[in-house]
Design a protein. Structure first.
Length: 224
C-alpha cells in the first residue's frame, strides 16, 4: 500500500480568518505531503510493511528494522497526526461539546472552561515543536487526559485513544500569529469540530487495535 496525502474536508480558505488560507496551503500541500513522500521512501525496501497503515506502523515499530525505525516513526507520525488534525477542524465548528463527550469533559475537568484553559496551557508550555491532545486512557475507567507529545508521537504509542488534537509546530500558526502561540491556541476553538471529537469518543469503547481509522483520519466502522 502506498501512503497518500488525504484531501482536506474543506477548502484552504474555509477556516479564515481563524486559520489563514496561506498557512493551510503550505501546511497541507508541503509539510504533510513531505511526510507522506518520506514515509513511502523509507518503506520502499520493506515489502512486508507495505500493507500497514500509519497507525499500524506506530503500533508495531519493533517490526521496523532499527536503521529505519526513527525515520518511519517520524514520518508515519507526521502523516497520522496531520490526518487527525485536519478532521479536528471544520468551518462550522466551535461551540461546546454535547452528549457523552461533554459529560466526560465535565466529569474529568470540572467544566468546559476549565478544560479549555488546561488545554491551552499545555500547548503554550510545550517546549519546542509538537502536539497537544485530548485522549482517552484505556485504563482506569477510560478517563480523559490532556497531554503533549514532542515531534510526531501519537497517543496510540502509549495505548491511549486520541479524541482531539491541535498542532503546535510553528508552521501551523507562524504566518498569521508569528510567535504568539497562545493567541493561536485561544483562537482555535472557533473551528474545533466537536461532532468529529464526539464520534471519536463514542467509538473509543469499541476499537479494534488495527482497524479503527483509515489513512485520511476517517473513523471506520468497527464492531462492538
Amino acid at each position: 500500500m502506498k501512503h497518500t496525502l488525504p484531501k482536506l474536508p474543506y477548502g484552504y480558505a474555509d477556516l479564515e480568518p481563524h486559520i489563514d488560507a496561506r498557512t493551510m496551503l503550505v501546511h497541507h500541500s508541503q509539510h504533510h505531503a513531505a511526510y507522506v513522500a518520506k514515509l513511502n521512501s523509507a518503506l520502499s525496501g520493506l515489502p512486508e510493511l507495505h500493507g500497514y497503515t500509519a497507525t499500524q506502523l506506530l503500533q508495531h515499530l519493533d517490526e521496523v528494522p532499527a536503521a529505519l525505525r526513527e525515520d518511519v516513526q517520524h514520518n508515519a507520525g507526521g502523516h497520522l497526526n496531520h490526518s487527525q488534525f485536519w478532521r479536528a477542524m471544520t468551518p462550522s465548528g466551535g461551540g461546546v461539546p454535547r452528549g457523552l463527550l461533554g459529560d466526560a469533559i465535565t466529569r474529568d475537568f470540572g467544566d468546559f472552561e476549565s478544560f479549555k484553559t488546561a488545554f491551552e496551557a499545555a500547548g503554550v508550555s510545550l517546549f519546542g515543536s509538537g502536539w497537544v491532545w485530548l485522549a482517552r486512557v484505556q485504563v482506569d475507567g477510560g478517563k480523559l487526559q490532556i497531554y503533549t507529545t514532542t515531534g510526531h508521537d501519537n497517543p496510540i504509542m502509549r495505548g491511549h485513544f486520541p479524541i482531539l488534537v491541535n498542532d503546535v509546530w510553528e508552521h501551523a500558526y507562524y504566518l498569521k500569529h508569528e510567535n504568539r502561540r497562545a493567541a493561536y491556541l485561544h483562537a482555535w476553538w472557533v473551528v474545533v469540530n466537536w461532532a468529529e471529537a464526539s464520534k471519536r469518543y463514542e467509538r473509543s469503547d469499541h476499537v479494534a487495535e488495527h482497524n479503527w481509522e483509515d489513512e485520511g483520519g476517517n473513523l471506520l466502522t468497527v464492531a462492538a
